[in-house]
Structures are given as C-alpha cells and as structure tokens.
Design a binder for this molecule. Sequence first.
Ligand code: FMN
Length: 164
Amino acid sequence: MKTAIIFASTHGTTEKLSQLLSEQLTGEVQLVNLKKKTKVILDEFDAIIIGGSIHAGGMQQKVKQFIEKNKEVLLAKKIGLFLCCMFDGEQAQKQFETAYPKELRCASISNGLFGGEFIFKKMNFVEKLIVKKVSGVTSDVSKIDIKAIEKFASDFNHSNRWSS
Ligand SMILES: Cc1cc2nc3c(=O)[nH]c(=O)nc-3n(C[C@H](O)[C@H](O)[C@H](O)COP(=O)(O)O)c2cc1C
C-alpha cells in the first residue's frame, strides 16, 4: 500500500503532524506539501490522506482547490481526512464539516481533528491581533491531540474496506 499525505500548513503545525502521522502508518508513505508542490500524480498512490488547518474560519485555499480538482479520483481511492485547529468539540466538528465536502467525509476511512498550536513568532502583526482578539491568548499554546493521531493511524491501517 502506497499512501500520500497531501497537506498545506501556514505556520508548520499541519506539516509537523503530517510527519508524525506518516511514522504511524504502515506501508510506503510520501508527504506532499501543496505550498511547495502543486502537481501530484495521484495514480502513483493507493491511498490519499488530506490535511489542512483552519485560519479565521477557513481552510487553506490550496487544499480546497486540490479537492475540487481531484474529487472524482479521490472518491475512487482509500482516503482519510484530518484538520488542525484550536477549537475543539462541536465548533471543531463544524469547521471540519465546512472544510471537507460531505461526499469525501462519508467515503473517508479516518476523519481526524488533531488540535493545533499558536506560535506567536510565526505570526504576522495582523495574525497576532486576530488571535489575541478571538482567543484572548498572548503567548504560545500547544493543544496537539496525540491520541487522535494514533487513532486515525490505527483506523486507517486496519481498515478492511480496501485491500492493499
Ligand atoms: C490568524 C489565525 C487564525 C486562526 N483561526 C482559527 C479559527 O478560526 N478556528 C480554529 O479552530 N483555529 C484557528 N486558528 C488556529 C490554527 O488552526 C492553529 O494555529 C493551527 O495549528 C495552524 O496550523 P498550521 O500552522 O499548519 O497552519 C487560527 C490561527 C491563527 C494564527
């Protein structure tokens, strides 16, 4: 089984968690950063995992465009979807539902909410203002859900819906 984790990351958290996830998946895994590589040959992969993060309510355009362009191909493969964000519970779930189209969510083996981080030195002036205003936070916060990543990987590795 050859898997691609295709992601976009604004401040590096989704990239870091994609790497962490890749270490827990069985078979060959390739990481594809959509901010560096826009052309991906999906035929090379049996399985595709897509990851993005939420900034001011929305996911990266690069991920949205990738999904729009490749939806039909993705629906014919083993897929998984994850999201990095700082909200949890119902708010995070709503963001996940807005980020990924229903068809993909229903076809996905694993749907994961991996948490996120506020890293102030990586934010520009406006981002700092937004984060302070919305969350009241003024210093770095890490809320990464390691268990969610482990569960995602375990569900994905053990799914019988697709054979390798
Ligand atoms: C300017 C800004 C806006 C954000 N807006 C949201 C938001 O609307 N909802 C949310 O759950 N998290 C929000 N976050 C938290 C990010 O999703 C979190 O920092 C995540 O780890 C970013 O991952 P990335 O570095 O891979 O882009 C925001 C973060 C920043 C810096």
